[in-house]
Design a protein around this ligand. Structure first.
Ligand code: NAD
Ligand code: UD1
Length: 368
């Protein structure tokens, strides 16, 4: 099994992905600056596998799965160089990188565009430079369905136009372009392309990642007032917030509220494992894939499913539409299934059950 670098591995998606990759037997080195996460998440992930989180990376590395933590910033070239060099010196080079580290709040990106471009684009650039220098050319990148902007057609295929409508989305689109250039695939939009420069890269466009680990020990822990529907709904259910605002009931959808493609974070994590396996086993290539369920759920359906899972009532009131929202975004995930042999396994009810178990056991997230 491979030694992997996981940037941003302490975050919501990264921590669940670490769990799935440890299960597969990999050795993980997590680089995170904890700007939006807690080391407790990784301690719990290690604990789920009967491991301890290594903070002194020199100590061990046998052949079984392991997880080490380096606290640092992905924009720091020196930190990255030391990390690749150290791995080599310990006899196990980093074979591949999964790059989650980044900033993700749409509204904040409008307020702080320079910070978003710096962390998301410059962070990715520094990482690619270090990978090139140290001869590691396999990368899975966290892209987002946000780069489709307001879609012209649903379900959304990978060939849909890229038209981001905020700095966050624009920074993700820019990294996608950078990755195509690095792979030697500039100007070609095929979602499966061979890489003349010998890179193996997957650009994974996530739809709406939600839910939590079935153990209830790790989950999403947003800072302050949640921007996104799911954490807001579970925080209302647990009594942390009084009521939910439903942003518009006059959308052209089956019940008038917005429809999204919610994907269980464990399904998403398994999508990363499948992408990594496909890249490592295949020829140099650049893959661009939607990771979604292909199913849409409305805001009211999410409320009802969470009420059923929690046994609590979720008060809500109808509010004006949120600027920048689309009526419906749903993935066409068929290419990911063909290329990776992966598809989502979990339903909206599974999402609500696991998300609720996490929220109930950790009403204040990792600071509980
Ligand atoms: P998250 O904020 O929970 O995780 C990101 C992690 O990166 C955090 O642990 C944070 O501390 C770390 N980080 C941030 N800047 C860093 C830096 N400069 N150096 C090192 N570490 C840094 O977010 P998430 O939901 O787990 O998202 C992971 C990735 O997936 C992000 O790139 C995000 O843009 C992308 N994405 C997320 C969603 C979503 O809805 N959650 C949707 C599409 C794409
Ligand atoms: C948001 C981001 C998007 C990002 C995605 C996943 C915006 C405009 N878009 O998308 O770029 O990729 O998260 O992180 O922020 N809703 C309510 N009340 C709430 C919150 C949300 O009714 O308090 C509704 C929204 O109007 C929408 C649905 O719930 O119809 C889902 O919203 P959200 O969870 O924020 O996800 P996206 O809008 O898909």
């Amino acid at each position: 099994m491979a030694q992997l670098l996981i940037t941003g591995g302490a975050g919501f998606i990264g921590s669940h992905c670490c769990d799935v990759l440890l299960e597969a037997g990999h050795q993980l080195v997590v680089l995170d600056d904890f700007s939006n996460s807690s080391a407790i998440a990784l301690e719990r992930v290690a604990d789920l596998h009967g491991l301890s989180l290594q903070r002194q990376w020199a100590e061990h590395h046998g052949s079984g799965s392991s997880i080490s933590l380096i606290e640092g910033d992905v924009r720091e070239r020196q930190t990255l160089d030391q990390l690749f060099t150290r791995a080599k010196a310990l006899g196990r080079s980093i074979e591949a990188v999964i790059h989650f580290a980044g900033l993700k709040a749409v509204g904040e990106s409008v307020q702080q565009p320079l910070r978003y471009w710096d962390v998301n684009l410059v962070g990715s650039q520094r990482l690619l430079e270090a990978m090139e220098t140290h001869g590691c050319r396999t990368l899975v990148f966290s892209s987002s369905a946000t780069l489709y902007g307001t879609p012209e057609q649903v379900p959304i295929a990978e060939s849909a136009p890229i038209q981001p409508i905020n700095p966050y989305g624009a920074s993700k689109a820019a990294v996608e372009t950078l990755l195509a250039d690095v792979a030697g695939c500039s100007g070609c939009s095929d979602p499966v392309q061979s890489s003349p420069k010998g890179w193996r890269i997957a650009r994974l466009r996530y739809f709406n990642p939600v839910g939590a680990h079935p153990s209830g020990r790790i989950g999403e822990d947003p800072n302050g007032l949640p921007n996104n529907l799911f954490p807001f709904v579970t925080q209302v259910a647990v009594g942390r917030r009084e009521a939910l605002q439903v942003f518009g009931d006059d959308w052209p959808t089956r019940d008038g509220t917005g429809v999204r493609d919610y994907i269980h974070v464990m399904d998403l994590a398994e999508g990363h494992r499948a992408a990594l396996k496909t890249l490592l086993a295949g020829p140099p290539q650049l893959l661009t894939l939607n990771l979604g369920s292909g199913q849409g759920a409305s805001v009211l359906e999410v409320i009802q499913a969470t009420e059923a899972a929690s046994g609590r009532s979720i008060p809500y009131r109808i509010a004006p539409r949120r600027p920048g929202d689309a009526a419906i975004t749903v993935a066409d995930p068929s290419l990911a299934e063909r290329v990776l042999g992966w598809r989502t396994q979990r339903t909206l009810n599974d999402i609500c059950r696991d998300g609720w178990a996490w929220q109930k056991a950790n009403p204040h997230g990792f600071s509980t």
